[in-house]
Design a protein around this ligand. Structure first.
Ligand code: FAD
Length: 351
């Protein structure tokens, strides 16, 4: 079994940003990434300063390339953490003085000889700030476990799974002319005739948001009761129409949507649009570890990313309030990395 200071579950912007900052903090880090990000459907990512319009996999490639400079950060790709349990893992203490002044000496084939995290580590203690024991053991593999690792702290950065409305051939347009995040993709669709497809009770609210980018919006409830009659009247007053018939087919070519055909024969021309997926956090690998979660299943944390389980942290989309943006996830990863180090060393200070 290999010992790490921090195990990061998930290698999206939250996990990789945490890995970068923890690597620079001299922690021995393992990132385990199933490599199935939610945004895989899209061709271009927007809104990430200095990387506006970059393909999502290019963003990951650059991040991993940067991490290659840190011998104390390992990445296992296309494997998952399949089980996580509490265990007596320790921050292995070495003399920070010599390690800090000669980084070359710590980059050995045997791996990074970890860090001196202060008096708690020097005493060989596994106590957390609240005095409870902490540490984790994880199983890593593709389907079943192929490797067992231990870590003093674990960061959940697993993102979210999403389920699209059950509309025929929707997948063929998702990420190319139908999107889920207005802040990410509405600019490219501004002023067009747009569709909003969904079945959840927040659909009218989403419509009001998207109507900010176009005056020509039609909401398709796909036979559901997602929009109340009162909401429909409000939307109509704002120039937004509601179509309640089930969708029979999305019409278009090579990912570009051109029309929505509904039951009864109606066809509505559109030049793009949005869907409202449902999201869930797939954390079945947590077993008996049960951090508090909100009503939608996102892991709740304090402002710094600590969950209610000592030593277990969460950042990015998996943490409440849920789906955000790449740069927000990356920022949360950087913030929680500092907090993990501060908790280990036993200091409350910011940077
Ligand atoms: C179609 C689409 C388009 C988008 N466009 C934009 C955009 O233009 N701009 C923008 O800012 N945001 C965009 N987003 C949102 C953005 O992708 C997310 O907010 C962001 O990726 C969240 O980062 P994350 O690190 O929390 O999770 P993710 O990027 O989802 O990464 C989580 C990783 O954890 C892995 N994982 C999950 N479980 C395990 C496990 N048990 N073991 C190991 N690994 C695991 C997953 O496979 C995945 O690789 C878009 C989202 C979608 C769906």
């Amino acid at each position: 079994m290999t010992d790490y200071d921090v195990l990061i579950v998930g290698g999206g912007p939250a996990g990789l940003s945490a890995a970068l900052n923890l690597g620079r903090s001299m922690a021995r880090v393992l990132v385990v990434d199933a490599d199935r990000p939610r945004n895989a459907a899209t061709l271009n990512s927007h809104g990430f300063l200095t990387r506006d319009g970059v393909p999502p996999f290019e963003l990951r490639r650059i991040a991993r390339e940067e991490l290659a400079a840190y011998p104390n950060v390992e990445i296992r790709s296309r494997v998952r953490v399949t089980a996580l349990a509490a265990a007596d893992a320790r921050w292995a203490a070495t003399d920070l003085g010599s390690a800090a002044t000669d980084v070359g000496s710590v980059a050995t084939d045997a791996g990074f000889p970890v860090i001196d995290v202060g008096s708690a580590a020097r005493a060989g203690s596994t106590a957390t700030r609240d005095g409870s024991p902490a540490g984790f053991r994880a199983e890593v593999g593709r389907r079943g476990p192929t490797e067992t690792v231990s870590a003093r702290a674990v960061l959940l950065a697993t993102g979210l799974r999403e389920t699209l409305p059950d509309v025929p051939n929707l997948r063929g347009f998702y990420g190319m002319s139908l999107f889920s995040c207005a802040a990410c993709d509405a600019w490219e669709l501004r002023g067009r005739e747009l569709a909003l497809i969904g079945e959840t009770p927040d659909l009218a609210e989403r419509a009001r948001l998207i109507a900010h980018w176009t005056t020509r919006l039609t909401v398709f409830t796909h036979g559901s009761e997602a929009v109340t009659t009162a909401e429909e009247a409000e939307l109509a007053a704002a120039g937004v129409s509601v179509v309640r018939e089930p969708i029979e087919e999305l019409v278009g070519d090579r990912g570009r949507i051109e029309a929505v055909r509904v039951a009864g024969g109606g066809t509505h021309a559109v030049g793009g649009g949005f869907v409202r997926p449902e999201w869930d956090a797939d954390l079945s690998f947590l077993g008996d570890l049960a951090p508090d979660r909100d009503a939608a299943g996102h892991v709740t944390t304090d402002r710094s990313g600590r969950t209610t389980v000592p030593g277990l942290y969460a950042a990015g989309d998996v943490a409440a309030p849920g789906p955000q943006q790449l740069i927000v996830a990356a920022g949360a990863g950087a913030r929680v990395a500092a907090v993990i180090m501060h908790d280990a060393i036993g200091v409350a200070t910011a940077h």
